[in-house]
Design a protein around this ligand. Structure first.
Ligand code: RB5
Length: 155
C-alpha cells in the first residue's frame, strides 16, 4: 500500500498518479491535499512520512512544486529515506542503493509521462541487499540515533 500526498503545487500530478494507480490496480491512500488552495508542504510531508515510518505503508510518494520542500521535511522524520527523483534511473538507484522509502516529485518540474515512469521504477525496484549498501544505510541510522539521543541534552 502506497501513502501519497501533495501540497497545492503537486496537487495536479498527485491526481494523475492516482488515476494511474486505479488503472494499474495499485493500492494507495491519499493524505491530501484535496484541492488547489495553498497549503504548507511541510504539513503533508510530515503526515505521509509519519504513516510510512510507523510501518503501515511500504512506500510513500510526496509531491510539491519542486519536490525539494517535501524532501527536506520528510527526511527529518527518523526512519525516512526520501529521494527526490527527476528520472527513472534515479528512482531505481534510490531503491537499489539507498532503500528509499519515500519518492518525492516536483509537480512543476516533471511532466506526467515522465513522472509515471519514475513512479513505476520506484515501485518495481527492490533494495539490492548488498552488504556495502546495507552498511551505508546503517551509518545513516547511526547518525539518526546519535542525533536523537543527544538532541535534548546538548545545546
Ligand atoms: C509552493 O509555492 C512551493 O513553494 C512548494 O510547492 C514547493 O515547491 C516547495 O519546495
Amino acid at each position: 500500500m502506497i501513502a501519497i500526498g501533495s501540497d497545492h503545487g503537486g496537487f495536479g500530478l498527485k491526481e494523475e498518479i492516482k488515476k494511474y494507480f486505479e488503472k494499474e490496480q495499485i493500492k494507495y491512500k491519499d493524505f491530501g491535499t484535496f484541492c488547489e488552495d495553498p497549503t504548507d508542504y511541510s504539513d503533508i510531508a510530515a503526515e505521509v512520512s509519519k504513516a510510512v515510518a510507523e510501518g503501515g505503508f511500504g512506500k510513500g510518494i510526496i509531491i510539491c512544486g519542486t519536490g525539494i520542500g517535501v524532501s527536506i521535511a520528510a527526511n527529518k522524520i527518523p526512519g525516512i529515506r526520501a529521494a527526490l527523483c527527476t528520472d527513472p534511473y534515479m528512482a531505481r538507484m534510490a531503491r537499489e542503493h539507498n532503500d528509499a522509502n519515500i519518492l518525492t516529485l516536483g509537480g512543476r518540474v516533471v511532466g506526467i509521462g515522465l513522472a509515471l515512469d519514475i513512479v513505476q521504477a520506484f515501485i518495481d525496484s527492490p533494495f539490492s541487499n548488498e552488504k556495502r549498501h546495507e552498511n551505508r544505510i546503517n551509518k545513516i541510522k547511526a547518525i539518526e540515533d546519535n542525533y536523537i539521543k543527544n538532541n535534548f541534552t546538548e545545546c
